[in-house]
Ligand binder design. Structure first.
Ligand SMILES: *Cc1c(COP(=O)(O)O)cnc(C)c1O
Length: 356
């Protein structure tokens, strides 16, 4: 049976990216070597990493004064690399969920942290508004898409200090005005590739302002100077990322995918809003177009496990909500076809018909 992959991450990737990776793992473009066994210093791999960077630059319209890095350690290592490299006295953070809280925890190891606003009072079901960003902060950190709670900051905010964003789960889902940011980072495994590679888009002039010593591997300068080749990069993951970005370019880029993403989200949110059994957990104006979180209404609470089983039998994968929210979460990333969203909607309607 065809599976509909709603996993939150690692998540669905375009079929063509997987097929091309499978070929390259066996034989990279007729070289007689695998993408997993060629040297990262070879001209073949050099061409792969350069093309991947060029695709990033083209798709997100990244200006020349920004560097694009491919690192290890996941977004989680960026939680510490960001303050290590940028926090001299004080940093400001917006607390919109689990990942934001983890970033805040790391930053506190390096200096004063001002949490300008938090939505923890309502289990992170909304994006706070009307907060003040202190102008004496070294930077302001946001999490644009809260993967666990299904909320999203969908605009590029104006910020009086250097803006740093964790875009792990909505990168490449919409056009981004890169100029408004000093640094953008994320794990690739939500929208741009497999786990194992972390992207960092960085404007170099934000560096060099802290006085502390920074270990070589944790210093952005190291990776900028060596073009992400200070140590062995995750070659296979970068290859699949390139294929994923080629697919995205081929279908029309981030503007086009944003239209499709909005259609998919609208289809699912409409079904939830018109349902007798299901209800969304995020406030409407904060809703994510990547992760759709919903639960059973109180009258049907005891049916949750039954629906999960019903959905599983209909080919749905990965719709169990994160344990901190409960209920259901459908991650509808770039590569998920609208047909899968329709299949989930049909499944919800059928279950409702049988049970409500
Ligand atoms: C998944 C996720 C992370 C953690 O990413 P890792 O690559 O596993 O470290 C951080 N932030 C957000 C928003 C995420 O969705």
């Amino acid at each position: 049976m065809k599976k509909h992959n709603f996993n939150a991450g690692p998540c669905i990737l375009p079929d063509v990216a997987l097929e091309n990776t499978a070929k390259a793992v066996v034989d990279l473009d007729g070289t007689g070597l695998s993408v997993l066994t060629i040297s990262h210093r070879s001209k073949e791999f050099d061409a792969i990493i350069e093309e991947t960077k060029a695709l990033w630059r083209e798709l997100l319209n990244i200006p020349e004064n920004y560097h694009i890095l491919f690192l290890g350690g996941g977004a989680s290592l960026q939680f510490c690399m960001v303050p290590y490299n940028l926090l001299q006295k004080k940093a400001a953070y917006l607390d919109t969920g689990t990942w934001a809280s983890k970033a805040i925890k790391e930053a506190k190891l390096f200096g004063e942290v001002e949490v300008v606003a938090s939505s923890s009072d309502k289990n992170y079901s909304y994006i706070p508004k009307g907060f003040n960003i202190p102008t004496d902060a070294d930077y302001f950190h946001i999490t644009t898409n809260n993967t666990i709670y299904g909320t999203e900051i969908k605009e590029d905010i104006d910020c009086p200090v250097t803006l740093v964003a964790d875009m792990s789960s909505d990168i490449m889902s919409r056009p981004v005005d890169i100029k408004k940011y000093g640094l953008i980072y994320g794990g690739a495994q939500k929208n741009v590739g497999p786990a194992g590679v972390t992207f960092v888009i960085i404007r170099e002039d934000i560096l060099g302002k802290v006085e502390r010593q920074i270990p070589t591997m944790l210093n952005y300068k190291t990776h900028i100077d060596k073009g992400s080749m200070f140590n062995t990069p995750p070659c296979g993951a970068i290859y699949t990322m390139r294929e994923t970005l080629k697919w995205l370019k081929g279908i029309g880029g981030v503007e086009k995918i944003n239209e499709l993403n909005k259609k998919k989200a609208e289809l699912l949110y409409n079904a939830i809003d018109n349902s007798k059994m299901f209800v969304g957990t995020a406030e409407k104006d904060s809703r994510s177009i990547m992760n759709v979180c919903f639960v059973m209404k109180p009258d049907y609470k005891e049916k949750e496990a039954e629906f999960l089983e019903f959905a599983k039998n209909a080919g749905m994968v990965g719709i169990k909500g994160h344990r901190s929210v409960g209920g259901f979460r459908a991650s509808i990333y770039n590569a998920l076809p609208i047909e899968s969203v329709q299949a989930l909607v049909d499944c919800m309607k059928e279950f409702e018909k049988q049970n409500a």
